[in-house]
Write a protein that binds this ligand. Structure first.
Ligand code: ATP
Ligand code: MG
Length: 367
């Protein structure tokens, strides 16, 4: 899939801008604070309906304005599609609208139309940060690949919040309500656990292979650590049983602590290098290389699972590499259906890339 035209209106520092990217590699060059990351964020909004930079979506609306809009024409396997994202900032609330071919759709329907894999320096937290970040990574990748994963996640998360509220309130407990919550969590949670575990299994070989290309022969190994004790070969029914047993065992602890302690909301994606925990033992360079491998693996796994290559958004990743590596890296991107790369400068021009300059939110094709 690829986009042929994207328009931004009052989005971040942009007034009005229209860009026509080409298939293959698109490079955006500009000094700091000109709008490079903002443009990539806007493309990402059309893919995931969410910003990869912030959870405070009101920030996306240009200062002094009330409405931000991004739209793009995309070529996907099923034909041409126009996607739209608008966000209106009111006094206290923000309102988000997602459209396909001009018609407003629900989030679950919007997801997966345009799939993106994004990569920015801040993603390093994925390797070294808290488990919640890695769960979010799995959730976003799976929600783009499988519409019903998102449905299960949304239902699970809502039920988890309700159960936690009940636990926090303390006794006397409404046992019937507990049973209903637990049943929903078991059903949706088993599906989520299986989807995630299988996804990590599919990601593993891609990540290992990519990592070998970028490192000195170290083995990157991915694993899924599950609070309910997932084991390779488990099906959904087996996981429901494990989940039920884990809930019974955890009940006294959950009530004593006032919080739900088992389920996919406590799981983690584990990363090891030559058998040792990457977060604990890895060097900064090793962390970066692993992250790169993980993201390209996400791309390859998504392309394989859906039969369609997603867009690749690379924000500011070249600044981390020496010029020689940066060149080789960019040349390696030539084989991607459509990639967007930002940089403050490039040593030499790239023969097969479209190059754009960005200055104070004005985008111009320069090569
Ligand atoms: N809602 C907003 N309204 C107006 N301007 C904004 C808004 N949000 C962010 N900006 C501004 O947009 C500018 C460009 O930001 P952006 O992150 O895209 O820069 P960049 O080109 O990626 O720079 P760098 O090379 O430093 O990463 C910044 O000056 C920022 O203050
Ligand atoms: Mg930036």
């Amino acid at each position: 899939m690829r986009i042929t035209r994207i328009t931004l209106a009052n989005c971040r520092n942009y007034g009005e801008a229209t860009i026509e990217p080409q298939a293959g590699l698109n490079v955006f060059l500009g000094r700091n604070a000109q709008g490079k990351s903002n443009l990539l964020e806007a493309i990402g909004l059309l893919g995931t309906g969410k910003s990869f930079r912030t959870s405070r979506e009101a920030e996306i609306v240009r200062e002094g304005y009330g409405l931000a809009a991004v739209s793009a024409e995309a070529v996907v396997r099923s034909g041409n599609v126009t996607l739209g994202f608008t966000i209106a900032r009111g006094e206290r609330t923000t309102r988000k609208t997602l459209t396909i071919n001009g018609r407003a759709v629900r989030y679950a329907h919007f997801l997966g139309k345009l799939r993106v894999v994004s990569f920015a320096p801040a993603d390093l937290a994925l390797v070294v940060g808290a488990p919640g970040l890695r769960r979010a990574f799995l959730n976003l990748a799976l929600a783009q690949e499988q519409p019903n994963y998102y449905t299960a996640l949304a239902m699970y998360s809502r039920t988890l919040r309700q159960k936690n509220a009940l636990l926090r309130a303390g006794p006397p407990y409404d046992e019937e309500l507990f049973a209903i919550y637990d049943r929903t969590m078991v059903e949706r949670g088993a599906r989520m656990t299986l989807a995630r575990a299988q996804y990590v299994q599919a990601l593993g070989p891609h990540a290992r292979a990519e990592h070998l290309r970028w490192s000195a022969g170290e083995e990157l190994e991915l694993g899924y650590s599950s609070a309910i004790g997932y084991e390779v070969g488990d099906d959904e029914a087996a996981l429901r049983e494990r989940f039920e047993r884990a809930l019974v065992a955890a009940r006294p602890r959950e009530r004593a602590r006032g919080i739900a302690l088992v389920g996919p909301h406590r799981d983690d994606l584990t990363l090891a290098l030559d058998g040792r925990s990457l977060a604990e033992y890895g060097s900064q360079g090793q962390h970066r290389t692993a992250l790169l491998a993980l993201k390209i693996a996400e791309y390859r796994a998504m392309a394989a699972a859906t039969g369609e290559a997603p867009l690749l958004l690379l924000d500011d990743v070249l600044s981390e590499l020496d010029p020689d590596r940066a060149r080789r890296f960019l040349e390696g991107l030539g084989g991607f259906e459509q990639a967007f790369v930002t940089a403050t400068h490039l040593d030499r021009s790239l023969p097969d890339a479209a190059a754009f300059s960005i200055e104070n939110a004005h985008v111009e094709r320069i090569a």
